[in-house]
Design a protein around this ligand. Sequence first.
Ligand SMILES: NC(=O)c1ccc[n+]([C@@H]2O[C@H](COP(=O)([O-])OP(=O)(O)OC[C@H]3O[C@@H](n4cnc5c(N)ncnc54)[C@H](OP(=O)(O)O)[C@@H]3O)[C@@H](O)[C@H]2O)c1
Length: 235
Amino acid sequence: MITPRVILITGTSRGIGRGLADYYLEKGDIVCGCSRAPASFEHPAYTHFELDVSDESAVIAMVRTVVRKQGKIDGLLNNAGIASMNHALLSTAATAQSIFATNFHGTFLFCREVAKAMVRRKTGRIVNFATVATPLRLEGESLYAASKAAVESFTQVLARELGPAGVTVNAIGPTPVPTDLIKSVPKAKMDALLARQAIQRFGAISDVINVVDFFLSPQSDFVTGQVIYLGGVTG
Ligand SMILES: NC(=O)c1ccc[n+]([C@@H]2O[C@H](COP(=O)([O-])OP(=O)(O)OC[C@H]3O[C@@H](n4cnc5c(N)ncnc54)[C@H](OP(=O)(O)O)[C@@H]3O)[C@@H](O)[C@H]2O)c1
């Protein structure tokens, strides 16, 4: 009998993270997820942890619990993220702090804790979440783009550090996908953004799943340190 994979996904209460959780549960994987809000769904193979990804002791406790109960973590999807649209000169220090706390610090903490368990088994897949806002140098998104640039850089260095241990670390950079994250972006700004893509449409959650699936696949054990942007945006 094949043992199911154990996939840890952050930010599963809605949006892309919820779509990823539904997809991997449907495939027969065991999924452990988290968000600050309580679980928005139930499934026999799903366990929810209510936490903030920037809370170091909560992240350590979650990863320890998952490893103790499931015995392993095969895949980590660092999906939890927040955005803030504002001109840099109008942005507050508190906004900068909270964007970096969730997007970078949260990703760093989960990578560090989960990688310890993966290295022990000499196998594992980590997928971090970037954005096309970084390579497009998107005006009005300076803090968000910078926090995700930090995620990209961390992904590339961590890939080198974990390569010898059989753990791959890659990132996906979605284009706009219609979720709560982008609902406050004005239409004119969104149209201008889509016009800068080679393929000028919104992304779908299935577009994200396609790339994540590729990174998670056993055959992708020679693919690490890569950032794949959707929509034909180049780095
Ligand atoms: N949608 C897009 O257009 C787009 C484009 C490029 C990249 N991305 C990236 O894709 C990822 C998912 O985005 P999305 O559109 O699905 O966003 P979303 O709909 O706003 O969902 C974000 C998820 O992350 C959780 N979350 C946020 N901050 C958290 C924290 N501090 N601790 C724990 N959980 C937290 C949220 O739950 P709680 O609020 O309950 O904590 C929610 O479940 C993000 O990393 C985002 O940057 C999205």
